[in-house]
Design a protein. Structure first.
Length: 285
């Protein structure tokens, strides 16, 4: 009799196993929030580390000339790795610490995966908030340390306008309206061939401002237009790569969170604790 009671005690669960309609709801928001915070924090740390070595999505500089497609692709690859690691960690936490259910194994696995998916959704929202705060801080840093562009002049073309009107002869007073008009003409020619009258007008502006001959002014205008078009093409290519890799990393992160939550649930139900330290004896056993 005593042995029978002892066996029953050993087979009893370690804690309550709620059933549908029991004291616990279908969704356990505590594990979901914990996993989302862990995922958002780890991804923020990894992206900050990437920014320190140059793999950044946001720069304090408003220019677009230093955009590298290869560096952008490497940044996108890092985003994929960050999504796998951070969302996988958050999903595993949610699946491991939530309460189990006395129901079919497929249903338990589905509910674990659903909790992982909610971890992914909440972590994406938290990450968007952190990214917005980072972008605002970069914008504030740039506005406080950089000189504002004249009214009407595109800020990202300030360097091109400087080169366009560069001259040893200094005018009596600055002309912000002239710079703004020249910047808008350059912006119009960044994506298409500039109209002949616009180019001729830009040449006349350069001639009047710098004192160059018409032929030399026309050569300078052509060089600046070509450099602007190349920079615009690089910026567009980088935007496409970053946009695609960001979407792919988010989709991969959702799958990683779902799968990791299922793994955490199986470890929870079978009382498996992953090793928290390296053990050579465990590795060779």
């Amino acid at each position: 009799m005593a042995s029978t009671i002892e066996v029953e005690v050993e087979q009893a669960p370690d804690g309550p196993v709620p059933t549908p309609g029991g004291p616990l709801s279908y969704l356990h928001w505590g594990p979901i929030i914990a996993g989302a915070v862990a995922a958002a924090a780890s991804s923020f740390v990894l992206i900050s580390f990437a920014a320190a070595i140059g793999l950044a999505l946001l720069w304090p500089s408003p220019t677009w000339r230093d955009t590298s497609v290869a560096l952008t692709a490497l940044t996108g690859l890092w985003l994929l790795l960050v999504a796998l690691g951070s969302f996988g960690l958050g999903g595993y936490i949610a699946g491991r610490v939530r309460s189990t259910w006395a129901t079919k194994p497929d249903e338990v696995e589905f509910r674990d995966g659903l909790h992982g998916l909610l971890v992914w959704a909440l972590a994406v929202v938290l990450g968007a908030v952190l990214s917005l705060m980072t972008a605002l801080s970069y914008a504030a840093l740039g506005s406080s340390t950089a000189q504002r562009a004249p009214q009407g002049e595109p800020a990202y073309l300030a360097y091109e306008v400087d080169r366009l009107f560069r001259s040893d002869r200094r005018p009596n007073a600055p002309d912000p309206e002239l710079r703004g008009e020249a910047g808008r003409v350059l912006m119009a020619g960044a994506g298409r061939e500039l109209a002949n009258d616009d180019r001729a007008y830009l040449v006349r502006l350069v001639t009047a401002r710098t004192g160059l001959e018409a032929a030399e002014a026309d050569r300078r205008v052509g060089e600046i237009l070509n450099e602007t078009r190349q920079a615009a093409r690089r910026a567009r290519a980088a935007s496409v790569v970053i946009g695609f890799m960001t979407a792919a990393s988010l989709a991969l992160g959702a799958a990683a969170a779902w799968f990791a939550a299922g793994v955490g649930g199986r470890h929870r139900d079978t009382a498996i604790s992953p090793p928290m330290r390296w053990s050579w004896r465990r590795r060779t056993a």
